[in-house]
Ligand binder design. Structure first.
Ligand SMILES: *[C@@H]1O[C@H](CO)[C@@H](O)[C@H](O)[C@H]1NC(C)=O
Ligand SMILES: *[C@@H]1O[C@H](CO)[C@@H](O)[C@H](O)[C@H]1NC(C)=O
Ligand SMILES: *[C@@H]1O[C@H](CO)[C@@H](O)[C@H](O)[C@H]1NC(C)=O
Ligand SMILES: *[C@@H]1O[C@H](CO)[C@@H](O)[C@H](O)[C@H]1NC(C)=O
Ligand SMILES: *[C@@H]1O[C@H](CO)[C@@H](O)[C@H](O)[C@H]1NC(C)=O
Ligand SMILES: [Zn+2]
Length: 310
């Protein structure tokens, strides 16, 4: 292989790796925390359906499959799902507009995180209310995608600017290590908090979030769960909140080449923690609305476990 050809191969590999990292959501810890919080707020109906839809390997735990969309969406069979993890706004616009912003890089409408949340909600609701003979979608996947994307839309930089790919192109230092800004918000803030404050034990941080939900945030919880006009799902306000937080906190003082340390970490951590809690409560509220008196509960006994189509 000539050296220019080799360089080309390396270049393609680097672009490919960037594309992969560009699609990931909260790191696995963030998604786990969101889904673990959601589990605690599911109604009996919702919990029954969720348990039936989960694949056997999840062992009845929704949180166990909430990173599935990141871990498997990188496989070629799921390439089509890469654009569904985020929605970016035009550069330096701190507001979000579904019609303007929800498309993939080739301009195909509805192919973004909020479009995907509508999509998978509709698949699950129609399966609950229609006859099961209209087999079409894999509802196990619909549940895993929905649970993942409700998490993603709460990560402020999943609703960041197009030009820097939601912070992926902003190279800087997280303390002494090289990182990009997107990864700081997916993973580094949470992992640094785990290490510094929670003895590297995710369950202790989740417990602290739960405590805040019932104590410090109890007045806000009802409004977080609300969906205007009694709709089943309402991802648009979540995306609007995210881009506004991206401008106010994520991009602020985080220009290329900067070094982020204690000042940034300690002031942004409460934002991250609040988003994890909101994501969890809103996922539960959405699943409760979808699965309220869902016809699948009675019909599902006949489906193949974890592989149910409707
Ligand atoms: C909707 O879900 C189907 C099944 O997973 C998928 O093929 C399609 O690309 C999805 N579209 C959007 C916008 O999420
Ligand atoms: C609730 O907020 C107060 C004041 O900000 C704080 O002292 C307390 O530790 C918080 N509770 C939790 C569970 O974080
Ligand atoms: C929402 O639903 C509740 C109960 O089903 C009803 O009382 C209320 O009027 C509805 N609100 C709107 C805005 O439709
Ligand atoms: C709990 O809430 C307080 C503010 O009310 C915030 O400072 C703190 O970071 C929160 N802790 C967790 C674990 O959410
Ligand atoms: C539905 O999706 C899950 C997860 O990808 C998979 O394990 C299962 O085999 C699928 N079911 C069918 C019938 O293809
Ligand atoms: Zn994701």
């Amino acid at each position: 292989m000539g050296s220019s050809k080799l360089l080309c191969v390396i270049g393609v590999a680097i672009i490919f790796l960037q594309l992969i990292s560009g699609t990931s959501g909260w790191g696995q810890h963030g998604h786990y925390a969101i889904c673990k919080i959601a589990e605690g707020y599911l109604s009996k109906d919702a919990l029954d359906v969720v348990k039936k839809l989960l694949s056997e390997s999840a062992q009845g735990e929704l949180a166990a499959v909430c990173s599935w969309a990141d871990l498997f969406a990188v496989r070629s069979h799921y390439y089509w799902s890469r654009a569904l993890h985020f929605v970016d706004t035009p550069d330096f616009r701190c507001n979000y507009d579904y019609t303007r912003d929800c498309h993939d890089s080739s301009g195909r409408k509805n192919r973004c995180v909020t479009g995907a949340i509508y999509n998978y909600t509709l698949q699950l609701t129609s399966a609950c209310h229609n006859s099961v003979s209209e087999s079409r979608y894999n509802l196990t996947e619909a549940l895993m995608f929905l649970s993942h994307f409700v998490g993603d839309v709460h990560q402020p930089l999943h609703c960041g600017f197009l030009g820097d790919l939601g912070g992926n192109r902003i190279q800087l230092h997280w303390y002494r290590r090289k990182a990009n800004l997107h990864h700081v918000w997916d993973t580094e803030i949470i992992d640094t908090a785990l290490k510094n404050f929670y003895g590297s034990d995710l369950s202790i941080m989740i417990e602290a979030l739960r405590k805040n939900i019932t104590e410090n945030w109890s007045n806000d919880v009802e409004s977080w769960e609300e969906c205007e006009g009694n709709r089943t799902v309402c991802p648009n306000p979540y995306a609007s909140e995210s881009v506004s937080l991206a401008c106010k906190y994520a991009y602020k003082n985080a220009t290329p080449g900067s070094v982020l340390g204690d000042d940034y970490f300690l002031s942004r951590l409460p934002i991250v923690q609040r988003r994890l809690a909101q994501g969890g409560l809103r996922l539960a509220a959405t699943l409760n609305r979808i699965f309220d008196s869902c016809g699948l509960i009675s019909n599902m006994g006949r489906g193949v476990h974890g592989a149910y189509y409707a």
